[in-house]
Design a protein around this ligand. Structure first.
Ligand code: FUB
Length: 351
């Protein structure tokens, strides 16, 4: 047996299994790990706080609400925080327990959807979504002295916010909050920042709805400015139309790599995680590719995070629940930035 060849083969296999290096295939199928097989957790937002990975997911459960209209079957009622001792694939995962429930949010009636967290001056801010008593989605905030809580929930939603899926990007003491999701997430009902109950989903040839971004004020629980639309252009530099399978639907996330800003998002009804690249946290961003092909289950939602020099995609799928879209499990996969600035597409493994 030619030992040199065998070793070389093993390295090539390992290289494709974890998709390191310039030889990564366009569609890699890397190692992955379900992070909390004990329970259903979705929409994970991960950060490295105090040198340790913390994850802020939404908490799916087998609710009696099964009506799919307006996403009512995503009927989450509390949040948990997780941390990992060590790295994503092998570290011990700890559930720090419930940080608060719907009963602790004075303005919220139902549906605690996707959330995110940020650190400023040693305090930890948790941003979350819920429907208020009028049925409108709002974004709330909670504050803690430690990444795992306990969190004190602000009595009112953040003035000027609406729709769903808050994600916060921090740079040089500035904090940008992104939000907005279509259909059940109600983004289509806003023209600029004004609610219009009669505005429906855009037609196939109409401009696609845009996610929103605003700087947070120094207190971190109010906006410093009016939300503005995030412009996402297609690869030809034209604005997306609603009929384009790569247009924005929900699940904003921003990360920076090699001096450029990567805005990633879910295309919802076409079930992809895509990304667009720009030179400012405000955009505009130009479409650059698919990060994740469809997963098992209807929704797909992710974050991109660096830990100890490696990049990770933390996301969810419904494989462990046998494909039940409202019972999702959070997982992690390696993410590869290729030398040309693109991201290697990961096979979502839809069944
Ligand atoms: O988990 C409820 C909603 O489903 C989220 O807010 C969306 O991003 C989608 O994952």
């Amino acid at each position: 047996m030619n030992m040199k060849l065998t070793l070389c083969g093993a390295l090539v296999f390992l290289g494709s299994a974890v998709s390191f290096g310039a030889e990564a295939p366009d569609t890699a199928k890397p190692a992955e790990r379900y992070l909390w097989p004990e329970d259903y957790m979705a929409d994970p937002a991960a950060h490295v706080f105090q040198g340790k990975i913390y994850i802020y997911p939404s908490h799916d459960w087998d609710s009696p609400v099964t009506d799919k209209a307006e996403g009512n079957h995503y009927d989450m009622r509390d949040y948990h925080v997780f941390s990992i001792d060590g790295d994503f694939l092998t570290g011990k995962v700890t559930d720090h327990g419930q940080i608060f429930s719907i009963d602790d949010v004075p303005w919220a009636a139902r549906q605690l959807w996707a959330a995110d967290a940020a650190e400023k001056d040693g305090k930890y801010y948790f941003y979350f979504t819920a429907r208020d008593r009028e049925g409108l989605f709002r974004i709330g905030a909670a504050v803690a002295e430690h990444p795992a809580g306990p969190f004190e929930v602000m009595p009112q939603p953040i003035a000027g916010t609406y729709s769903i899926d808050p994600a916060v990007y921090a740079e040089n003491g500035e904090y940008y909050i992104y939000f907005g999701g279509l259909s059940g997430g109600q983004l289509q009902n806003y023209r600029g920042n004004t609610y219009d109950p009669n505005a429906g989903m855009p037609g196939k040839n109409d401009p696609a709805a845009a996610p929103r971004v605003a700087k947070l004020a120094p207190d971190m629980v109010s906006l410093a400015e009016e939300p503005r639309e995030v412009v996402i252009l297609d690869a030809d530099g034209k604005p997306f139309t609603e009929g384009d399978r790569h247009r924005y639907y929900e699940a904003s996330w921003l990360h920076k790599y090699n001096g450029r800003y990567y805005f990633s998002y879910s295309t919802g009804s076409t079930h992809l995680i895509c990304y667009a690249v720009g030179d400012s946290p405000y955009g505009p961003f130009t479409y650059a590719g698919e990060i994740l092909t469809p997963v098992t289950g209807w929704t797909t939602h992710h974050c991109v995070v660096e830990h100890n020099g490696s990049w990770w995609l933390v996301c969810h799928d419904s494989k462990p629940s046998g494909g039940q879209s409202r019972l999702r499990s959070m997982k992690v996969l390696p993410l590869t930035h290729l030398p040309d600035g693109t991201i290697a597409t990961i096979d979502g493994g839809k069944q």
